[in-house]
Design a binder for this molecule. Structure first.
Ligand code: F6P
Ligand code: MG
Length: 478
């Protein structure tokens, strides 16, 4: 149940895998060390301080092994069931070295290894070494958050009080308007992914803010090179018109902070418009690819919105040192943000917005394995009208991170989750890795020839930066 197509490997100098293993991962580990170091320094608990120092030394060891191209060592048994699978695979790969190992497995191993270090302590088991970064980046996306909160309130209020969208008078006009807003919400949700923290090693906050505004979104529409949103909308409206009582949409989440915020905007819209009656959100269970959502991130986001003024005017020590001033929110801004809080809390309390973690999402293999290794989860996803997979890593896992010809159909590249799987897949992905499928003939060549596209370097460099995106659909129920 794995693909026969070879996977991207950290030994290939034309692949982003190569750069990742050599340049990006050491930086990510260093940032983690820095965080734990600070937390250790701040704690008054002696046992925690002692363990904190041990964690720092284990992280430093990991960084050393990575940079000196040592073998990946078997993971210590930290009590969780996935360790055996990770170690079995390591053996099957022939105890590979960091600079010559399948990219997908080794990057998952990296985060699983980090988690196992924390699991071996008493005081740090639930500590998230990336949490500080996630929250502070969310704070810096304030202009886009405020803009979207106002837009959301407008749309949802109209839908719930007048059962319409501004300007739509007839049923046809309403449906047309719903489709336009659906596409807008989905695109917001798509581009929200351009800003994950594992790539932040080369994006500034100003770059992020530029990526998030509505003007940027319009300009970016041309950068969505395959766009199947129409098909997804058809599926949801067909279910709505069929009179089915329960209509579920799932979102396999990617990053916390701004991206989670826009995922919730989408979820809230689907519920308010009646395009879904329940939205199931799938977070991760361990700190993952720096910025991925943990259940705690969901709670943190909701509590930030519960008292937005406090959230935005409380400065971190770093902010104070850099001379930042807190700019208070206006009354309108506070009320717009609180509206979101109330709306989402209500959906959550009434069970229409559910969080459902599963350890499958943080295993080392691709989603080709889902039907075999997580049959319960597979059955669960079949209950959904549409499963939205957010982001780059989910796309790599759907396509097994394999070097497919770029024109291979998406439905083929996702293997067992394709036709006949019973699962409707919609991938919303900004491209941050080599694998891309489902492109029309000639498209890859066209973009390679643009500035920074990779030219004749042999690498598909255009697909590394999050500038281009694909939205691809597979109807596993057809
Ligand atoms: O390609 C860079 C990278 O950090 C990959 O390691 C990973 O697949 C991805 O980006 C993470 O991005 P996302 O949060 O969109 O999954
Ligand atoms: Mg991510």
């Amino acid at each position: 149940f794995d693909t026969k197509t070879p996977q991207y490997n950290t030994s290939d100098p034309t692949s982003f895998a190569y750069v990742s293993a050599r340049d990006r991962w050491p930086v990510i580990i260093t940032q983690g060390i820095d965080d734990v170091h600070r937390a250790t320094w701040a704690t008054k608990d002696e046992e925690a301080a002692k363990e904190g120092k041990w964690i720092v030394s284990e992280l430093a060891k990991l960084k050393y092994e990575l940079q000196h191209n040592r073998e990946l060592t078997p993971l210590p048994d930290d009590g969780a069931a996935d360790i055996a699978g990770y170690n079995k695979e390591l053996e099957a790969l022939g105890n590979p070295k960091w600079h010559s190992v399948p990219w997908l497995y080794s990057e998952c191993y990296l985060y699983r290894r980090i988690s196992s270090i924390f699991q071996q302590t008493q005081k740090w088991k639930t500590y998230d070494l990336f949490s500080r970064q996630k929250m502070s980046t969310f704070k810096s996306s304030r202009p886009a958050v405020i803009e979207l909160a106002a837009r959301y309130k407008d749309i949802v209020t109209e839908l719930e009080s007048k059962h319409t969208i501004k300007g739509a008078k007839t049923q046809e006009e309403l449906e047309e308007a719903e489709k336009i807003v659906f596409i807008e919400m989905m695109e917001i949700c798509l581009w929200g992914n351009a800003t994950d923290l594992s790539l932040l090693t080369n994006l500034s906050y100003e770059d992020i803010q530029k990526l998030q505004g509505s003007k940027a979104r319009k300009e970016s529409e041309n950068n969505i090179i395959v766009n199947d949103l129409d098909k997804a909308f058809e599926v949801l409206t067909a279910a709505q018109h069929s009179g089915m009582k329960q209509r579920r949409v799932d979102i396999v989440l990617d990053n916390a902070g701004f991206e989670l915020f826009v995922d919730l905007i989408l979820a809230g819209y689907l519920l308010a418009a009646g395009l879904a009656t329940t939205v199931v959100l799938h977070p991760k269970s361990i700190p993952w690819f720096v910025s991925d959502v943990l259940p705690q991130d969901f709670a943190d986001l909701i509590s930030a919105l519960a008292d937005p003024q406090r959230f935005y005017t409380t400065l971190s020590n770093d902010d104070k040192h850099s001379g930042k001033k807190a700019i208070p929110l206006s009354d309108v801004e506070i009320s717009d943000l609180k509206f979101l809080f109330e709306h989402w809390s209500r959906f959550h309390a009434e069970g229409q917005m559910v969080l459902r973690p599963n350890r499958f999402w943080t295993e080392g293999g691709s989603y080709w394995r889902l039907p075999k290794t997580a049959p319960g989860l597979h059955e669960d996803l079949k209950e959904s009208e549409l499963v939205v997979f957010k982001g780059d890593l989910n796309y790599r896992k759907l396509t097994a991170d394999a070097a497919w010809p770029v024109t291979s159909p998406f439905t083929e590249a996702i293997g067992p989750l394709g036709p006949g799987s019973g699962v409707r897949v919609l991938a919303l992905r900004t491209c941050k890795a080599d694998v891309v499928v489902g492109l029309p003939e000639g498209e890859d060549e066209r973009i390679r020839a643009t500035e920074g596209g990779g030219g004749d370097s042999g690498g598909r460099k255009w697909a590394w930066s999050g500038k281009w995106a694909v939205v691809q659909f597979s109807d596993g129920k057809a």
